[in-house]
Design a protein around this ligand. Sequence first.
Ligand code: SAM
Length: 390
Amino acid sequence: MSFGSFVMYNDDMTATTHLAILGRQPELGLLELESLLGADNITLFGKKASLFSGDVSINRLGGVIKIGDVLYSGPTIDVLEAPIDWLGLGRGERKTTFGLSFYGPSVNPRLVLATGLELKKRLRQAGPVRLVSPTTGTDLTAAQLHHNNVLGEGFELMVMVSGSQMVVARTTAVQDIDAYAARDHARPARSAKVGMLPPKLAQVLLNTTSAPVIIDPFCGTGVVLQEALLTDRSAYGSDLAPEMEAATRTNLEWLATQTSTPLPAWQVNTADARKATLPTSEAAVVSEGYLGTNLTAMPGSTQLAELEAEITALYRASLLNWARQLPSGAEIALCLPNWRVQGGWKTPSVVDDLYKIGYTTKVFKHVPGPVRYARPDQIVGRQFLLLTRL
Ligand SMILES: C[S@@+](CC[C@H](N)C(=O)[O-])C[C@H]1O[C@@H](n2cnc3c(N)ncnc32)[C@H](O)[C@@H]1O
């Protein structure tokens, strides 16, 4: 059996040759894959993975942890019985470092180890081998893969089981955690007051839009603008607070010193999002906007009503202002706050008025409901508003 990519077909008979392992909130990865590749080119596999066809660099994906080429797809079988050229995976006489990651609802760590040891025995026929095993759970983290240079000196296989179906894929790319850490923590201007949008979340928001120019009217310390520039999009930002304009400027000037090629054009200024004149109408508005007071306990009804009124007024006025300036079809990707309450989330009522304000909500085949981002301990979560100007 040759060691080529195994081609499988989804219901629409589109070739899906790659497997993506999605992050902690799988809907974020699905949103960006669907936006970038088209709904028919991706299929959810299990709860935390997607099969897809098409080309996309993992470095621009915020919600995907690993990508691999599918080698086997079919009924669940003993992995080592899969029609894969096992010896061809190794590096012959040069030392091969390899690892196995199993994903699925009821995978046993002992099975992962036993399979790894058996494969090690087979590969040893050709040359020296080192097996890297998960330290906890059944899969190797991005950090383990990087630190052991598994992809450089060998290979990782991902084995994903969903119901009676199994996919085996050879990992081709892993999230660059060091690059994220550098982008997140090494930036010179930081702000505890406005909080820091994780770069991965900014990437997901940006990936839902396609315009070559991005405007962030609540630019804060400039995370959205930074991530836009890194995917070769021009970036315009503004913020009500002059010190935030200055913070963004400092951060983007620093970013320019960190990249080997010149950044696309960017500009920042001080402006109120409710009144700002957009620098161009041929752009997408992408922003994590003002999230209101940060809370450490669930708000009481009076505080909740005040927060809701403040946030709804701000976003209604801002969305109306942009609607006056943007052409039909323009895209908006916003995060606004939701508040954790007993039994669920409170959303600001502006979300119910979007049509009246001049927008439709984008529909995603693989992510039907509203998308919210919150760590389990957070009271203020972020809700995504992914809109098109009517
Ligand atoms: C959560 S931060 C924005 C994060 C930012 N989008 C990023 O990518 O880093 C919210 C920002 O909204 C700004 N802000 C609050 N009210 C505003 C308004 N009416 N117009 C413009 N900016 C405003 C605050 O100064 C703050 O910097």
